[in-house]
Design a protein around this ligand. Sequence first.
Ligand SMILES: [Fe+2]
Ligand SMILES: [Fe+2]
Length: 471
Amino acid sequence: MSLTDSIPNNVDLGSDRKLLRALEKWQPKFIEWWLEMGPDGFQADDIYLRTAIDVDPKGWATYDYVKMPDYRWGIFLTPRNEDQFVNFGDNAGQKAWDEVPGELRGILRRIIVTQADTEPASVEQQRQLGKTAPSLYDLRSLFQVNVEEGRHLWAMVHLLHQYFGRDGREEAESLLERRSGDVDKPRILQTFNETTDEWLSFFCFTMFTDRDGKYQLAALSESGFDPLARATQFMLTEESFHLFTGETGIERIVQRAAELSLQDPNNDARAQGGVDLPTIQKWINFWFSSAVELFGGEISSNAADYFATGLKGRYREKAKYEDHSALRDIYEMNVLRDGKLSQEEVPLRNALNEVLRDEYVADCARAVRKWNHTIKKTGFEFELALPSRRFNRSMGMYAGASFDPQGNPITPEQFEANRSKWLPTAEDRAYVKSLMVPVTEPGKIANWIAPPKKGVNGQPFEFEYVRFNRN
Ligand SMILES: [Fe+2]
Ligand SMILES: [Fe+2]
């Protein structure tokens, strides 16, 4: 099969010889990387996967059994709008760029590479999880997320190859050379170097870390660089399944935790072989505080530049805002002075990371309210809480100080004294890992998690989502 056939696309790959050659050289290296760093041990199995084949909202994907190395990683941009303009910043009103403006080349390349690097990183982080999936439904969800992160890498590599010449091709190679957690050549962002070796962390990752991805992609989908806007718009279509996996995954563990607590004479879910709610709270604290770092510094000249140039907008910039210059407003920020928090005014453009973080935090808070509702419905009494964005930070302006989960300033000694109450301990991690035993029979599920409300693509939960081909 030729490359134009094996890569579903709507970018007219066949007619661009140069681009085609570059991708033809890159593809075998990608497959090599996938076999080395993708899901360990399931490459010969048939997985019931969704494959993007078009950008039409009504029929953009097909579902069928596929062996992962044969997955058709495609390249799709949402349709071109001839009247597309730069919609914000100092270049507002110009026609959207179809080529990279010379003076923005460096900054745009950095934005694309940083986004691109997270895609293979998460696949690497999740490489061993298949071995302990709590059900076939969940095993399939993991692989669906993995292959789609692979496609997101393709989407970004397409931009690098098409618009950045030799530099772009070199960046595309490097994306397959860095490794999550590697001491010498780690992935660019720290969260993408954390180990994800049990399923509570997988669901927290897809809930909290992938959700940062959603807001970054949404901000880039407003971009004045049209191919980037159109690539990220389509990536968001797939991303919503990843977020769904995380949010409902945690919800199912929470539900089961509450049910098992009610069954136990001491209300102890652990005694019933489950994850208890205080443990889930610690995971939330850890993953949320790690994910909020991804939005960058609270006061940031980079963020101001990205906006001023028209490359990265606010969340729903076109739909939500009237003033697209962001020059007239100020942002009230909680700043720590002499151990006390006080509100200070920051020019809005310098606070745009914080503005995007606000959207993210509100979205996470919504999910926590939903999980609390789930607990309430079981009849058990417990409330989960989203920690303050100041809690447990190692970057940005709260990094040097200590805060409790409610966001109150405390001493480093107080933080240390409570660390094991607020964050996962080695013992907690060992306990959660001890629960991870694979369940591979259709319709069965591990004891620590509730089954999903429904299956995939109209199939029941009992459907054989993965067919093993072992000998
Ligand atoms: Fe992605
Ligand atoms: Fe994702």
